[in-house]
Write a new protein. Structure first.
Lengths: 374, 374
């Protein structure tokens, strides 16, 4: 990553991810003076009206964007996905039951491993045997002893994604950390869904949890309040001091999302990933990693270079062109470009032209080489 | 609180608390462009060099400020004090042992209640019978079956504070959320101490935990990584995406603290609380709540008004003079002025003059009243 110029980079990182310039500007101003109150957003009391308004507006926007009725409530928590990996089995597994997990990759598997600390777990489908380069089947005819089914909707490392989620009778719990608000998908088919803020929602430090209120009815009172969804709901996300700045930045991003609309975001998302996948498939230097087209993620586009020299060369070339956050996960290698909501179509067009420019340079090198040796 | 003018208020709130203007300015600038990298601080990757440098510098500063050797390590976690209330007994209580708690007020009692979810707990001393208006005795001759002793060094609600902590053989665990870095105190007498960031450290969303590495030797492997100090240490606070902005703001505040020095901060802290307590005791309208002078907190100064009319009137008067965050906790009432590290001597002098001005107005009203009725 280029670190010496102060020229704005295009950040294709998988998270913490890019945010729109107007969101960054408003967040930056609020650190000095929040809405002309004479107080920094970092100083406002979390039990006063200023924060109560932020909280209520953010909750209303989440419900509106996900088309949810009043059977649902919204929580802002801390601790990221991993604390949800703990809280979900702690609150919902139950002593006589078994938790069902769909194993679509590293994060789905981590969620499952955490559940094993708390009770019985069964993997209902997995694509591990194909190194997660495709989605597993969505489980059908789920057994009665399964207390909930956990899915990870988008698999950042491998670049696969579930589209719409089906309506099932078993409570469906979805980790939407890396694709929430990027498409319509039947959010109300979930009993609970959650997402870390640092991809499509806002800034690292806040975790969004949306759940059907009836889910909290049978939570054991032996779970301490901080880790108990029921107690957190009763205290409306201010059981203790919340991450005020991260939630406020999320509110700014939620306003941006509503103004744009999920429909427009989804349309642009399709356009962005088509642009990039078309170029990967056309470009003679690169090969896509996910070959099953209908399993491809619109959020994370993973591809390999033809050889190590091309990989290193293209990485440096991106660096020189102020394109950041492009490395594939260490377990997969190659490149990963994350096209979260804040990334524009123009930025993807810029990336495509950089890929073409790099190919042209390589081809001309090759010709010179052939000529010299010819 | 005055919300309509954009004039900088003096924030005496108990937390999220005031931060120095220079810290706010640097934090604000980093939201647009972090150190001329072309990336916002909200976008930088948490596993890259940029964040690794923030983490290492912050850890070194904490150890330097607390005069700790390499037997100690530093963690940045999420979840505030309450998640520590869970993790401490979860990690350190042990099945055959009893956790010892000193009950010096609401937060100390909350910490104890959380421990009761995990095992045997004994309160070794308490000042509950005096409504926590004084400190309890510090426990002596602690029994062998006590696995750790938990104390809350500063009691924000009541305005009491422990000074230096004694060296004891039982592992001493201290919640220093509201007075860390405000004084020298023998930090190395603690086996573990922790503090939420939103008072003397930085911004809400980060929790500082400092512990002797040997404390993690016997932690049960049945505790999932996210809640396990041993696993968090192994992963150097990046087991998952940390709250980057809150940690960076804390680093800015740590640099400010080092530049000023703990010695100077402590000297000013004594000056600030003397100024305010002298005025409370002199002023005919107010009465201090903590009568045992050596138990008084330098951080939170609590006092009552002579009657409801004075209370309401002074509250409005402060509001008119851009003085915010002054209400006492609902369980104690009256006023609470928090003099955390970012509050200057000049700001306390300003407060004292506002108190004197208000007294003069009340006295002149009284004279007019007496004259009218005379």
């Amino acid at each position: 990553m280029k670190e010496d110029k102060g020229i704005k980079q295009i950040n294709f990182g998988s998270g913490p991810a890019a945010l729109p310039p107007e969101v960054l500007l408003q967040a930056s101003e609020a650190v000095i003076d929040y809405n002309q109150t004479g107080l920094s957003i970092l100083e406002i009391p979390h039990r006063g009206n200023l924060f109560a308004n932020i909280l209520e507006e953010s909750k209303a926007l989440v419900k509106e964007l996900c088309e949810l009725n009043d059977e649902y409530d919204v929580l802002w928590l801390q601790g990221g996905g991993r604390l949800q990996f703990c809280m979900i089995p702690m609150n919902f597994l139950g002593a006589q039951k078994t938790a069902g997990y769909v194993d679509s990759g590293h994060w789905a598997d981590e969620a499952k491993k955490y559940a094993e600390y708390y009770g019985n777990v069964r993997v209902l489908s997995s694509s591990k045997e194909s190194n997660y380069s495709r989605l597993p089947d969505f489980p059908k005819n789920i057994a009665q002893d399964i207390s909930y089914l956990h899915v990870t909707t988008n698999n950042t490392i491998y670049g696969t994604q579930w589209g719409s989620l089906p309506a099932i009778t078993t409570p469906l719990i979805a980790d939407m950390s890396s694709d929430i608000f990027s498409r319509k998908r039947g959010y109300s088919n979930c009993a609970l869904f959650y997402a870390v803020a640092q991809k499509n929602i806002g800034a690292a430090g806040a975790t969004l949890v949306v759940l059907r209120k009836e889910m909290t009815k049978n939570i054991a009172s032996t779970i301490p309040p901080m880790l108990n969804y029921n107690e957190q709901l009763k205290k409306n996300s201010v059981l203790n001091t919340p991450p005020v700045f991260a939630i406020y930045t999320s509110l700014l991003m939620l306003r941006w999302t509503r103004q744009k609309s999920i429909a427009t975001i989804e349309k642009e998302s399709i356009e962005k990933c088509s642009l990039l996948y078309n170029e990967i498939e056309r470009n003679t230097l690169f090969t896509p990693i996910v070959t099953v087209k209908e399993h491809r993620s619109r959020m994370n586009i993973c591809f390999a270079a033809n050889n190590y020299e091309i990989e290193k060369g293209f990485s440096d070339f991106c660096n020189q062109h102020y394109i950041a956050g492009i490395e594939g996960h260490r377990t997969v290698g190659g490149f990963r470009f994350s096209l979260y909501n804040a990334i524009t179509v123009q930025q993807v067009e810029r990336l495509v032209s950089v890929m073409q420019e790099y190919e042209a340079i390589q081809n001309s090198k090759l010709k010179t080489h052939n000529y010299t040796n010819g």
